[in-house]
Write a new protein. Structure first.
Length: 663
């Protein structure tokens, strides 16, 4: 981003035209970042709760009072068992400094429970690691030169704008664009073809494509022989998936399977832009493994504009000094338990036990809003409302989670602090320089944890490291911080066609179709579907996915007025046939429900929803919903086949016209 500041105030935010990926453009959300930073409801002083939990009733206090009281409470809990203290964070800030640097040092020194950070991408990440050895893929710039682009599980116009710019360049040069998504997204509108498969059936479609590649001899056998382990078993499995079987499972036509395979098998170079939506189901890891194998079977990797990209973050691993930043040595030989952030609803309600360990007595939340974003949120709310739970939230606003806090501490935004960023969509390291001074009494996460560490009596010199020191520690030899600061970003030395000759980051350099300890990938049906749970499907016959609303980034930006004005209100998209069968009219308030809860919102009847599937657009703050709930009232806490990730899009519901009037 390029930030224009006048008299100490941001007056303009724009994309940097010199950056190869940004190319001068910003998405609608980030272009409003100044509005977010100067929001009139911004938390600008430490706040202490004075009313019941959840009511958002606070009084301002000094930093010294807040930090001293927090440290005293944490000391008392840690004296009994430090594992009763839990950090909870994710990607509200994705920088190496304001994410997990001093914060990680603090919790390692304390001996607190560890957090398994799974809520977004860990199923797909585990799948890529099992198949390619790490989270690696195409260089995003090369999509501009592809002749076929399959956009799989991604609403790129809304969530991956810079890739979409490149895809459009390819389209103008004659490339065919195909979108695979249960929802007819804004991206699907702009593609040549949309394949609206049922949620969670992507693995079956990938196997069907393999079947057609085999029987039509659209394979690069030489690439397979040289660079793929486990081909014989995979071939045998794929041959069990003719188009007719795929069509029945996926809810599409056999001809769609055949034509997609023909396009993919006969077009060079062909590229797949996979995204994380499709791995938020029970079989998400297996599905990603299967899709990741497709370019290996056709030899698409031989060309720079061929292959696949889900995440490029693995390319940064050799250049990040994670251990130096997070200091796991401060654990001093202790091995605290690990708690999965995706099961926080259940875990906050657990009593102490030999299997679970101590009851959670304190949660420190930063860079996240679990009450809104975690699955099965009725349980999450019940957990955070425990009177015996001490909760501290580092935040910009009084979010749903901050409303449950005992203390809310004002944190800086991206415009107000120093940070270093890697990426998962491109291959440049970037510096985040502060453009303005922190608003009010806001402090960077790093400084808040430094101050807490001092009050806890942590005397190790690492807790005094400045943000610039941390930034220099973040990068290993080979990337110069001074050069990064001078130029703004550094391009990693990655070949245009990184796997043209194999060389994947696996132990033997080959793609692993038959991965050690995992075997061959297969189609794994959803927990909740007509196929796997027919009795449940009789009561709740509609599959529900909950993709982010176009102008929100999960629960971020929900309170930015200009963006919320565009979105209007929480919506459930529904196909007209499903609505007619239930006597539901467009614009009506409906009850969406299952055995976990009920969510009331307005229904939009439009072709974005395919028959049998409803789209609950999220992630609205619960307090902005008709009944103080959001779509996560309906999702469950069961985990994916790999990576222990949540299964947000593996969810059955029923919908009824609501007899109550909307507030």
């Amino acid at each position: 981003m390029r930030i224009t500041v006048q008299d100490g105030r941001v007056i303009k935010i724009q994309g940097d035209p010199d950056h190869a990926t940004t190319q001068g453009a910003l998405c609608t959300k980030v272009s409003r970042y100044a509005e977010r930073s100067y929001h009139p409801e911004r938390v600008l002083t430490p706040l202490k709760r004075v009313g019941p939990k959840g009511r958002g009733q606070f009084v301002p206090v000094s930093w010294d009072e807040a930090l001293s009281d927090i440290a005293g409470r944490l000391k008392a809990i840690a004296a009994r068992d430090p594992e009763a203290i839990l950090p909870y964070s994710y990607a509200g800030t994705m920088g190496l400094l304001q994410g997990e640097s001093i914060a990680a040092r603090f919790f390692n020194k304390l001996g607190a429970s560890q957090l398994l950070r799974t809520i977004c991408a860990s199923a797909g990440g585990a799948a890529l690691a099992a198949t390619y050895g790490h989270k690696v893929g195409m260089r995003v710039e090369q999509f501009a030169f592809s002749r076929l682009i399959i956009i799989w599980g991604s609403n790129s116009i809304a969530s991956n704008l810079h890739f979409w710019t490149l895809a459009n360049q390819a389209k103008r040069q004659g490339a065919k664009l195909i979108c695979i998504d249960p929802r007819k997204t804004e991206t699907a509108d702009k593609c040549h073809q949309h394949i609206a498969l049922l949620p969670g059936t992507d693995g079956a479609l990938a196997l069907g494509l393999m079947h057609e590649l085999i029987v039509n001899h659209w394979l690069d056998q030489d690439y397979i022989d040289r660079h793929v382990d486990g081909w014989d078993g995979l071939r045998e499995r794929a041959l069990q998936w003719p188009p007719e079987r795929v069509a029945e499972v996926c809810g599409i036509s056999a001809d769609e399977v055949r034509q997609l395979a023909r396009d993919y098998g006969t077009t060079k170079p062909a590229a797949i832009r996979l995204n994380y939506g499709m791995q938020r189901v029970r079989g998400g890891g297996n599905a990603v493994r299967l899709v990741a194998l497709l370019p290996c079977l056709t030899g698409a990797w031989r060309q720079a504009a061929g292959g696949m990209l889900l995440s490029s973050s693995g390319f940064f691993a050799p250049y990040k000094n994670t251990a130096q930043l997070e200091r796991p040595d401060l654990l001093a030989g202790r091995t605290p338990r690990t708690i999965n952030m995706s099961t926080i609803g259940d875990d906050l309600l657990r009593e102490a036990s030999p299997e679970f360990g101590p009851k959670i007595e304190a949660v420190i939340v930063y860079n996240s809003n679990p009450v809104a974003v975690a699955p099965e949120s009725g349980k999450v709310v019940a957990g955070f409302q425990r009177e015996d739970l001490f909760t501290v939230v580092l935040e910009h606003f009084l979010t749903d989670t901050a409303d449950q806090a005992d203390y809310v501490l004002p944190a800086t935004t991206q415009l107000e602090h120093l940070d270093v960023h890697t990426s998962y969509g491109h291959t440049t390291v970037l510096i985040n320089e502060p453009a303005i001074c922190p608003q009010g009494q806001a402090l960077p996460n790093t400084q808040i944890f430094r101050e807490l560490a001092a009050r806890m009596g942590f005397t190790e010199p690492c807790f005094a490291d400045s943000d610039e020191t941390l930034a220099r520690q973040a990068l290993v030899d080979g990337l110069s911080f001074d050069e990064l600061r001078a130029t703004g970003w550094l391009q990693l030395p990655i070949a245009d066609a990184p796997f043209a000759h194999g060389g994947f980051p696996t132990p033997n350099g080959k793609v692993q179709a038959d991965a050690p300890g995992l075997g061959l990938p297969d189609y794994v049906p959803n927990y909740e579907s007509r196929q796997s749970s027919p009795e449940l499907a009789r009561r709740y016959p509609l599959a529900m996915i909950s993709p982010p609303a176009r102008n929100f980034l999960n629960s971020s930006f929900v309170n930015v007025k200009s963006l919320r004005d565009i979105e209007g209100e929480p919506l459930l998209e529904m196909h007209g046939d499903d609505a007619a069968a239930r006597g539901i009219q467009d614009g009506q308030v409906v009850r969406v429900f299952n055995e976990r809860g009920t969510y009331r919102c307005r229904v939009a009847l439009n072709p974005r929803a395919r028959p049998g599937v409803v789209n609950g657009l999220g992630v609205w703050w619960r307090k902005l919903g008709l009944d103080g709930t959001n779509v996560n009232e309906l999702t469950h806490q069961r985990l994916t086949d790999m990576g222990e990730a949540p299964s947000f899009y593996d969810c059955l519901v029923e919908v009824q016209a609501d007899s109550l009037r909307a507030a």
